[in-house]
Design a protein around this ligand. Structure first.
Ligand code: SF4
Ligand code: SF4
Length: 302
């Protein structure tokens, strides 16, 4: 069983309890304009240029036999992506790791071997493994196989999900997980569609459905973005919706940051989000205070 992942992070402390390994699945059905991991959206491998590391030596251009790379007069490397075969020759030629191919196919066994190195930290910290992305449910068989293997080793599994998947697929995999980290972004359906590309009706339905099983604890992940979802109406609707769900044990308020804007450019894509700014600490504190007053346990960050 193989899956497409784009990162695997050791010693993660913001993706669930304790010290964790976070496995990043590639591919996502949403297109959130603020995405801070835009390399996660496409399910395929992609060429990524990192101009801040580039020495402008031109070795990558010489290495590319398909003519996909060139340099501007100031030495900046540009890619004609339609010509790129993702052969990786430029990556090998670059002395500065300024070109990468994002995404690789990995066997479940390979990931398990990597994770096993950290089992001692899981035991000491109450940690485990978090499946995130992208959207793990975009590769449901791979996610399920990985969860089964982790459970066979006695490892705690958190599923970080947008909740956007067929209900039976979602319930099958969410119910197998020890904790669900569930993203709630915007309550208004039309606004959700505008900013993420999809309706939130399936997402909210799935959240209610996993709550009904009454066994899997849920932590809500709320990306706080001024001008998008920090308005009192959205916060009130969200609180009212979540107050009905007994399995919601915590809300993580995740302040928006602009890291994704630069990453869109590295992938040769435009970001429509550069005009939005991160929230002030005052705004973050007021949103945290609002949810606390409603009776929720709230934490800034994951
Ligand atoms: S991955 Fe291969 S085809 Fe694509 S730019 Fe690099 S050398 Fe050229
Ligand atoms: S080989 Fe690397 S450092 Fe040299 S120009 Fe290409 S990307 Fe930049």
């Amino acid at each position: 069983m193989k899956g497409m992942i784009f990162d695997l992070k050791h010693y993660a402390v913001h993706d669930g309890p304790g010290i964790r390994v976070t496995v990043f699945f590639k591919g996502c059905p949403l297109h959130c304009l603020w995405c801070h991991n835009p390399e996660s959206i496409s399910p395929s491998k992609e060429l990524m240029l990192l101009p801040n590391r580039c020495a402008r030596c031109g070795d990558c251009v010489k290495a590319c036999q398909y003519g996909a790379l060139s340099q501007k007069t100031d030495g900046e490397v540009v890619a004609e992506r339609s010509k790129c075969t993702l052969c990786g020759d430029c990556v090998q030629a670059c002395p500065r790791e300024a070109i990468q191919i994002v995404g690789w196919e990995s066997e479940v066994d390979e990931i398990i071997k990597e994770i096993e190195k950290d089992i001692v930290f899981f035991d000491q910290s109450g940690g485990g493994v978090t499946l995130t992305g992208g959207e793990p449910l975009f590769q449901p068989q791979f996610a399920e196989a990985l969860i089964d293997r982790l459970h066979a080793r006695g490892i705690h599994v958190a599923l970080d999900t947008s909740g956007y998947a067929k209900e039976d697929t979602f319930l099958k995999i969410a119910s197998k997980s020890d904790l669900v980290l569930f993203d709630i972004k915007i309550m208004d359906e039309a606004k959700h569609r505008k900013f993420t590309g999809v309706s939130n009706s399936l997402i909210l339905k799935n959240l209610k459905a996993i709550n009904r099983n009454g066994e899997t604890p849920i932590w809500i992940r709320f990306p706080l973005i001024p001008g998008v979802n920090d308005d009192p109406e959205n916060l009130a609707q969200m609180a009212n919706f979540l107050l009905e769900l007994s399995q919601v044990k915590m809300i993580n308020v995740l302040p928006y940051h602009k890291g994704g804007v630069e990453k869109f450019h590295r992938l040769g894509k435009d970001s429509e989000f550069s005009v939005y700014e991160p929230p002030s600490q005052e705004k973050i504190d007021s949103v945290i205070g609002f949810f606390r007053e409603k009776g929720f346990k709230v934490k800034q960050g994951g």
